[in-house]
Design a protein around this ligand. Structure first.
Ligand code: FE2
Length: 200
């Protein structure tokens, strides 16, 4: 059985194995702040800037990064009740399936490696873009996407959500009968996110 590898930032990250060890359980290093009921002061630009700042901290070696070949690894770095900031690693072929972020705004910055995002764009279906290290993306309300590492090397990214994620819905894409190639989303399930326990 494979086990997570603690790796330096930088990052061409080797995978390692340790027989007998189970998959890592995401364990926040900082307590999750009690959600604040006031409107969030964070806009999309603020969240993007925040993820850029924290990504720079990761590149500077201020945060441990672990790559788990069995599942996405993530750790809560900051939580102030208005915003959660997560560090996520992606081994090759690891994916966050097609989802939304309920009532939260979000943003990410890629620290190392590259991520492929497919985002829902209406009748034209899913649009694909590659986010290489240093690049970012913002997630307005209603943003539906999947994110994957399709490259050979692991990827690392910093994500921020405000208000902190409270639920996520998941989707399939299906063809609209009687149209010429139009597609639509079909929600398959909705999951509540416990404070400090979920990223997407
Ligand atoms: Fe997401």
């Amino acid at each position: 059985m494979s086990a997570p590898a603690s790796v330096p930032t930088g990052l061409s990250v080797p995978r390692s194995t340790r027989p007998g060890a189970g998959p890592a359980r995401p364990r926040p290093r900082v307590p999750h702040a009690r959600p604040v009921t006031a409107p969030t002061p964070y806009g999309l630009d603020d969240l993007q800037e925040l993820t850029r700042e924290v990504a720079a901290e990761v590149r500077a070696g201020r945060h441990e990064v672990v790559v788990d070949p069995d599942r996405r690894w993530y750790r809560l770095l900051r939580s102030d009740g208005f915003v959660d900031v997560w560090l996520i690693s992606w081994a090759t072929e690891q994916i966050a399936e097609l989802h939304d972020h309920a009532g939260s705004l979000g943003a990410l910055t890629v620290v190392s490696g590259s991520l492929t995002e497919r985002r829902w764009s209406g009748l034209s279906g899913l649009r694909t873009r590659t986010l290489r290290h240093g690049r970012g993306a913002a997630f307005p309300l209603g943003h539906v996407h999947d994110v994957a590492n399709t490259a050979d090397d692991p990827a690392v990214s910093v994500h921020a959500y405000s208000p902190p994620l409270s639920a996520m819905s998941y989707y399939d894409v299906e063809d609209v009968a009687g149209t010429t190639g139009h597609q639509r989303l079909r929600r398959t399930r909705t999951e509540l996110v416990e404070p400090g326990q979920g990223v997407g």
